[in-house]
Design a protein around this ligand. Structure first.
Ligand code: PLP
Length: 370
């Protein structure tokens, strides 16, 4: 699905030098590389504060810990997302309330979001799934009206931009109170190990997030609030600082792959190619089509030709066993269930060439036309 090795070889000299600089400095924890990367990422994102942490799941958890919720408070999130988004809600003894997604963008449906609000609702977690933005203007308006926090799960969309109706453009992850992202190796900005970060424009929240990620301490060994231990290590930060310079080019390469696929499948009745909403750019973390045919057959056909494909995700949140203990009335999510049965993601990464793309698209079309 990805080719991180070839991507590394393209920037090997730069990356190796950055790693060696960290080794020479011996500042493995919270070294200069971490601060340099956080500062560079803040400029790239156009956000006031970047707080690095250990991974994207931690980022979501720390964000949720920072907004002062009580056990039983409700957090509205899509069911059609990676488990990390919803898992941290349950971990903190909050109640995930699963809301339906829009079948065109795969992101949270703002109309149904408003219907899911109860007196216990305290926060909304939109997910910018597969690389395009959730309808943030509507979501932010609803949140403002009801005084809810908005935590953006930006793990799949770093570099994506959102255009508001007044023409203002912002990066995904910087529009809500807090944004969370992941630097897992296969993400659009991937480390060579785990990593994550939080974004906020709010000084007080930034302070709280930083404190929580550092055992709840401001002064060493004086612990004011319950926190956790979540750090981005210096070597990963040094690597990410190199890769950040290439991020826009990487996202463009992904968009080019998507265009190739879109054109190849244009006249194919059983494939619905991904849509990009007018308010969003698309950074194609995944290239996900809807397939109205024998999906298992297609996956097996591709696998036999050495082509990987994936279902993101085979079981939506509201059907996961881990949430069985939460009472989830009215969580009938027909669109989520329908998408779960039809989605299939094809390989997409920054190093794909025309030969690979031709091979893959021909294999897909051969299966359909056989
Ligand atoms: C990858 C991902 C995460 C979690 O990131 P990790 O760094 O793996 O913990 C959270 N949400 C979404 C939507 C993701 O894709």
């Amino acid at each position: 699905m990805v080719d991180t090795k070839t991507q590394y070889l393209q920037i090997k000299d730069e990356v190796d030098a950055a790693i060696h600089a960290v080794l020479d400095s011996a500042a493995y924890i919270n070294g200069k590389a971490v601060q340099d990367f956080a500062a560079a990422l803040a400029v790239y994102m156009g956000v006031k504060h970047v707080i690095p942490c250990a991974n994207g799941t931690d980022a979501l958890q720390i964000a949720m810990m920072a907004i002062g919720l009580e056990p039983g408070d409700e957090v509205i999130t899509p069911s059609f997302t990676y488990i990390a988004t919803t898992e941290v809600v349950a971990l903190l003894r909050l109640k995930p309330v699963f809301v339906e997604v829009d079948p065109i963008t795969f992101c949270m449906d703002p109309v149904l979001l408003e219907k899911a609000i109860t007196p216990k609702t305290k926060a909304i977690v939109p997910v910018h799934l597969y690389g395009q933005a959730a309808p943030m203007e509507e979501i932010l308006n609803i949140a403002k009206k009801h005084n809810f926090y908005v935590i953006e799960d930006n793990a799949q969309a770093i570099g994506c931009s959102y255009t508001f109706s007044d023409g203002t453009v912002k990066k995904t992850g910087t529009m809500g109170h807090i944004g969370a992202t992941s630097f897992y190796p296969s993400k659009n900005l991937g480390a060579f190990g785990d990593g994550g970060a939080l974004f906020t424009n709010d000084d007080a929240l930034a302070h709280t997030l930083k404190t929580i990620a550092n055992h709840g301490q401001e002064k060493r060994y004086y612990h004011d609030i319950v926190g956790c231990n979540s750090r981005l290590d210096s070597i990963q930060a040094a690597i990410l600082n190199i890769k950040l310079k290439h991020l826009d080019r990487y996202n463009q390469a992904r968009a080019n792959v998507a265009t190739f696929y879109n054109q190849a499948f244009e006249n194919c009745a059983v494939i619905t190619t991904p849509n990009t909403a007018s308010y969003s750019t698309h950074v194609f973390h995944q290239y996900t089509i809807l397939f109205d045919g024998d999906r298992d057959g297609l996956i097996a056909h591709l696998a036999a030709k050495g082509i990987p494909s994936m279902i993101y995700y085979p079981v939506p949140g509201h059907k996961q066993k881990m949430f069985a203990s939460f009472s989830l009335p009215d969580t009938l999510l027909p669109t989520t269930d329908d998408l779960t049965n039809r989605v299939i993601s094809l390989p997409i990464h920054t190093e794909m060439d025309t030969e690979q793309l031709t091979y893959i698209t021909e294999a897909v079309l051969n299966f359909i036309n056989k």
